[in-house]
Design a protein around this ligand. Structure first.
Ligand SMILES: Cc1ncc(COP(=O)(O)O)c(C=O)c1O
Length: 379
């Protein structure tokens, strides 16, 4: 059987990794400023994470959600404490799209309404309602286009209010900082207005923290930079440091009932332990502070590079915007400088999503390499 060929691939095959270093099958070492798409939060093969997962798999790796699993409760408690959402409820699933799918479904159950408001250039995953709320017609099949979704520009409060006032909106879904789109974000005034208007028109405010959560922006959640409180928060990516796990954090006013949501694999023992290990390392190594400080250092250094138009993002969720497309630059960074970076829907943006463990030496290595390429190209 052949693989279903949906991914354009770089010609690199990683076989080993530690912290922010990835080693390919020829023994070449790469600096990982991409984290496998914002997934590696505490560094590859972190010893504490390896130990916790190894010990758990030797005990019990999986049983169904028909029986008690104390690890789920431990995880909910720890996540509540570290994120500041002690009174929220946790539903565990397996990916970012699934987290958003459940978040949207929950909003619809709760409000008994069905239209969704999403934002231009937003990305929420590739499944049913999540892809319908994603601003990319190329990945929406006719099946997905049946969902009622209205896309609005960021920061336009008047349009937002006129849509919400129609009274049929179950949820507004928004990324605190757009990831795949290219690092644009709403203003604090906009997020505050969004929170207030959702309350006024009884729509659920869903913050998609799949990419920005778990410390990446320098606070536990990206929306915390704006001082707002969502009804529902979706999480995944950095949560499991590579173990496939996602979740939905749900405000206390949304009450559960048996069968409302469900999954076979969600919340399995290995996923819980992987996530607990991530939280333990984030806390013990002060990685959220490191994301903020190292991110600030990155911004200072990157601002001095030739050809840079703008540095976007916060913490270690960053984008460097150039006046032209960055595809060729990314290839040079991988093949010549041995540094992984990311691209975006905005083709002029080079994305930086490293493990939250990186420090100044890795940033300096990147800045020197990028500067050499840019100077050689006379940018
Ligand atoms: C903000 C956001 N939401 C949802 C998703 C989908 O997550 P997954 O690929 O785990 O389904 C992504 C993936 O890039 C994302 O960036």
């Amino acid at each position: 059987m052949k693989l279903f060929d949906v991914y354009p691939l770089y010609d690199v095959e990683p076989v080993k990794a530690y912290d922010s270093t990835v080693i390919d099958k020829n023994g070449v070492e790469y600096l990982d400023l991409y984290g496998g798409h914002a997934v590696i939060s505490i560094g590859h093969a972190h010893p504490h994470y390896v130990k916790r997962v190894q010990e758990q798999v030797a005990q019990i790796g999986f049983y169904s959600n028909a029986v008690h699993n104390g690890l789920q409760t431990q995880l909910a408690t720890k996540l509540g404490t570290l994120s500041g959402f002690e009174d929220y409820q946790l539903f565990l699933c397996n990916s970012g799209a699934e987290a958003n799918e459940n978040a949207l479904k929950l909003a619809s159950f709760y409000t008994k309404k069905s239209r969704v408001i999403a934002f231009d250039n937003g990305f929420h995953g590739r499944t049913s309602a999540a892809v319908a709320a994603t601003d990319n017609p190329a990945i929406n099949a006719p099946l997905n286009q049946q969902q009622a979704v209205t896309f609005l520009p960021l920061n336009d409060v008047a349009q937002l209010e006129s849509e919400l006032a129609k009274g049929d909106v179950c949820a507004v879904i928004i990324e605190p900082i757009q990831g795949v789109g290219g690092l644009d974000e709403g203003t604090t005034e906009f997020f505050k207005a969004l929170e207030q208007l959702c309350k006024q028109y009884k729509a659920m405010l869903i913050l998609d923290e799949v990419q920005s959560g778990f410390g990446r922006t320098g606070l536990f959640f990206g929306h915390q930079h704006h001082g707002i409180t969502p009804d529902i928060i979706s999480i995944a990516k950095g949560m499991g440091n590579g173990f496939p796990v996602g979740g939905v954090m749900i405000a206390p006013h949304i009450e559960p009932s048996y069968g409302m949501l469900g999954t076979t694999f969600g919340g399995n023992h290995l996923a819980c332990v992987a996530t607990l290990a991530v939280l333990e390392v984030l806390e013990a190594e002060n990685l959220i502070d490191n994301a903020r400080l190292t991110g600030a250092y990155f911004q200072e250094q990157a601002n001095q590079l030739p050809g840079v138009q703008k540095i976007k993002g916060r913490g270690l969720m960053l984008g460097i915007e150039f006046g032209e497309e960055v595809g060729a630059l990314r290839k040079k960074l991988i093949y010549d400088a041995h540094i992984f970076t990311g691209g975006a829907k905005n083709k002029n943006v080079l994305r930086i999503l490293p493990p939250l463990t990186i420090g100044k030496p890795e940033i300096d290595q990147f800045i020197n390499a990028l500067s050499t390429i840019l100077v050689a190209e006379n940018v």
